[in-house]
Design a protein around this ligand. Structure first.
Ligand SMILES: Nc1nc2c(ncn2[C@@H]2O[C@H](COP(=O)(O)OP(=O)(O)OP(=O)(O)O)[C@@H](O)[C@H]2O)c(=O)[nH]1
Ligand SMILES: [Mg+2]
Length: 758
């Protein structure tokens, strides 16, 4: 499994565990970025230096291939990238042209600098030719700097004309690598923004990208600026500063500028390599040798201590290697003369004697052939070694693979660490939680059954409390609207009935009633009429008080039953028992009947004393006493029935006076308390009994739960087991990923940083 797979496995675990949102320290985007950098690294090595320092030759040497154009004059005219091509067939060069507008802008700038009219029409060859001639004039008559700018202007005009088709229609053009070397020469370079070479070369395999830049003192200022920017760019992994001090004896102004730029840029010093090229010049010139060593000692001492200073002969190293690898390779004359010099002046005569054939050879060409014939590979090996390119190449590669690459893995490890910590904590907690859960059906059963007793107890408590609350509300407050309405109704009923009874009192009917008790007599005493009247009103009121109280009690119990059966504990009880433990029967039937029965008796008892006239009735000097006497007197005027009829209004008034007081006393002072107390008393007793009845259902509930729990417990156990398995599997995935990532970190030089295992 690749590193990518393993890191993605960790990221998957994180998203599964859902701890991304919960924790801001977990930055998966940072991990993905670091992962990409570590698995698809890109190490840009930028080569910078004056023109003809040997940058392109040095790059060709590293690639062991004549890829980039090099020549003794200004050779590289644009920034060139050399990247890896996966297959030999994928090799190509891609040219990126400036747009017509960008070229026009550059022409304008140059015209301004040179004091020329900025009026060229790029669509008219004659207009272009005219400007070219003006530039030529400046080249011949102007200063050196002006001549450089005029040359550049000419390059732009020629480059535009030659590549017009591409610039206008096809600004990115892929060509064969073989054709590239000629194509990108100076005359076209002015119109290229950049060139990308894709090369199937093992050096580039690990993400190394070589960036060749035009000489910092070349006339193409636009490209020169790119070289300076590249040195400090964060994507740059290494900068190779190619210096020509070996053949000149000192640093030139442009080189000093470059070195200052490097030394002033913060944080880039550890990526810089200094290569003193053209070292072969010092082989035959002791003065030059001394000057070079002096410069290195004076200005590059620190860098030399750190192993960042190299001395090379790129040209000799390059052609020497090519010839060493391929005997048929045709080396250029430039190499032959230098090689011959090397043979005659540099190597030991003991190791490489001058053979007669060498001595007899005349031209450079003949000498070269004779030397190669005599000493061939051995001498080439020695030359390659002396050229210093191998040592430089090795060091550069080591630096990228063993210093830069581990940094990418370190960054990845740092990004992964908080994620691993989160995952580890998460799984350990989860594991603990699952460990504490029951593992067999019996334990779950036991737990559930233990809970049952408590639950029944709690339900009975809830029930009892609820009833107390309801009673409290009814009798200690006036918040029970229904009850208050019923009480008012009861009062109204009694008063209405009293009015009705008195209004309907009839002497005639009463007379008949009294006579029926004494059928052998025709006369009825007035007192008997009066006493019948008392029975009549009392019994009428008794009926109404009974009926109204019963209605009130019924309404109260209806409300109470409804409230209880919609309470939450009532549902819990039904769930546990499959019934309500008789709550409904108790409230709606038994207690209701008891209370109605009791209240009926209370109403009867309350009204019974109404039959007896009040003592007030006979008191001396009071209105009732006077009334009574008056009534009796009037009625006794004759013995017949007619005489009595005249007393009817007076009797009514008498009844009114006597009963209004008694009824008022009942409905205003006594009977509400009687009803309240009766309900309260019966309910409290009933609730205590009901609580016992609920608790007594334990065995029934137990049996029921036991019956149902078996399957449920099995399901629970299965679920817990599955969760445990899933957690262990995830921990396994985690550990495997961490192991593998740790291994990759080690292999890639990231020592001392490991991710924690569970
Ligand atoms: N004697 C000698 N000649 C070299 C050496 N390195 C490069 N040359 C030659 O110097 C010339 C310039 O080399 P280039 O590689 O084109 O130099 P460059 O730095 O790329 O120059 P520009 O592309 O113009 O910036 C070529 O003719 C090379 O063959 C060296 O170490 N010794
Ligand atoms: Mg070059």
């Amino acid at each position: 499994m690749t590193l990518e797979h393993q890191v993605n496995a960790l990221l998957n675990l994180i998203s599964q565990a859902n701890i991304v949102q919960a924790n801001i320290r977990v930055d998966t985007a940072a991990v993905k970025r670091s992962l990409h950098k570590a698995t698809s690294p890109r190490f840009e090595i930028v080569f910078a230096g004056t023109f003809s320092a040997g940058k392109s030759t040095l790059i060709n040497t590293l690639l062991e291939r004549k890829l980039l154009y090099s020549s003794p004059g200004v050779a590289t005219g644009t920034v060139c990238y050399v990247e890896y091509a996966q297959n030999p067939d994928d090799e190509k060069a891609v040219l990126y042209f400036f747009s017509k507008n960008e070229i026009r802008q550059q022409i304008s700038e140059l015209c301004n600098i040179l004091g020329l009219a900025d009026s060229v029409n790029l669509d008219l060859p004659a207009s272009i030719q005219n400007l070219r001639e003006q530039a030529e004039h400046i080249k011949l008559n102007g200063t050196l700097s002006e001549a450089k700018q005029a040359e550049l202007l000419q390059q732009l005009l020629t480059g535009f004309e030659k590549n017009k088709e591409n610039i206008q229609n096809d600004p990115i053009k892929a060509i064969n690598l073989e054709d590239a070397e000629n194509y990108v020469r100076w005359e076209n370079a002015a119109v290229f923004k950049q060139i990308k070479y894709y090369c199937h070369n093992s050096l580039l395999k690990n993400g190394i990208v070589i960036v060749d830049t035009p000489g910092i003192d070349a006339p193409l200022l636009i490209h020169t600026k790119i070289a300076f920017d590249k040195i400090t760019h964060p994507d740059t992994s290494a900068v190779v500063c190619v210096l020509q001090t070996a053949s000149r004896g000192s640093l030139i102004e442009a080189e000093i500028k470059l070195i200052e730029h490097i030394r002033n840029a913060p944080g880039v010093s550890d990526r810089i390599f200094y290569v003193f090229n053209h070292i072969d010049a010092t082989w035959f010139d002791a003065a030059l040798h001394g000057l070079l060593e002096g410069v290195i000692h004076a200005d590059f001492h620190q860098e030399q201590q750190k192993g960042r200073v190299y001395k090379t002969s790129a040209m000799l190293g390059f052609y020497g290697s090519l010839r060493r690898n391929d005997r048929t390779f045709q080396v250029p004359d430039e190499f032959k003369s230098e090689f011959n010099r090397y043979f005659f002046l540099k190597v030991s005569r003991v190791d490489f004697p001058i053979t007669p054939a060498i001595a007899a050879a005349d031209t450079d060409d003949e000498k070269f052939k004779a030397i190669i014939d005599a000493h061939g590979d051995n001498l080439l090996d020695k030359l390659i070694q002396d050229s210093g390119v191998e040592a430089f190449k090795e060091k550069l590669n080591y630096y990228l693979m063993h210093e830069r690459k581990p940094q990418l893995f370190k960054a990845l490890a740092k990004a992964l660490q908080p994620i691993c910590k989160e995952l580890k904590d998460y799984y350990l907690d989860l594991r603990d939680e699952l460990e504490s859960k029951p593992v067999d059906v019996e334990t779950i059963k036991h737990e559930e059954l233990t809970k049952l007793g408590l639950e029944l107890h709690r339900i009975s408590l809830d029930f009892s409390e609820h009833i107390h609350e309801q009673l409290n509300e009814a009798f200690a407050t006036n918040n029970n609207n229904r009850l208050e309405r019923d009480y008012r109704q009861l009062q109204k009923n009694m008063l209405n009935e009293l009015d009705h009874l008195i209004a309907n009192f009839s002497v005639e009917e009463t007379h008949q009633l009294a006579r029926r008790s004494h059928e052998e007599n025709v006369v009825v005493p007035v007192m008997a009429i009066l006493s019948e009247a008392f029975y009549y009103v009392t019994n009428g009121l008794k009926k109404v008080l009974t009926a109204s109280s019963q209605q009130l009690v019924n309404n109260f119990f209806n409300q109470l039953t409804h409230n209880v059966s919609s309470a939450e504990y009532y549902k819990r009880l039904q769930d546990l028992l499959g019934n309500d433990a008789g709550i409904n029967q108790t409230l709606d039937k038994d207690l209701r009947q008891e209370v109605i029965h009791a209240i009926t008796n209370e109403a009867r008892t309350e009204c019974e004393p109404y039959i007896r006239e009040t003592a007030l009735f006979y008191a001396e000097g009071t209105v009732p006493a006077f009334q009574l006497r008056q009534t009796l007197y009037e009625a006794c005027q004759s013995t017949d029935f007619q005489g009595m009829l005249t007393a009817e209004p007076a009797v009514r008034q008498l009844l009114e006076i006597d009963f209004r007081k008694k009824v008022h006393h009942t409905i205003m002072h006594r009977f509400r308390t009687t009803i309240d107390e009766t309900i309260n008393h019966h309910l409290l007793l009933g609730v205590d009994e009901q609580v016992k009845a609920i608790i007594a259902q334990f065995h029934h509930a137990h049996a029921l739960l036991e019956h149902n729990i078996e399957k449920d417990a099995e399901r629970q156990i299965k679920a817990i087991q599955q969760q445990k398995k899933a957690v262990e599997a995830n921990i396994g995935t985690y550990n495997q990923a961490v192991d593998s990532v740790n291994q990759d970190l080690q292999v890639n030089g990231c020592t001392g940083l490991t991710l924690p295992k569970i």
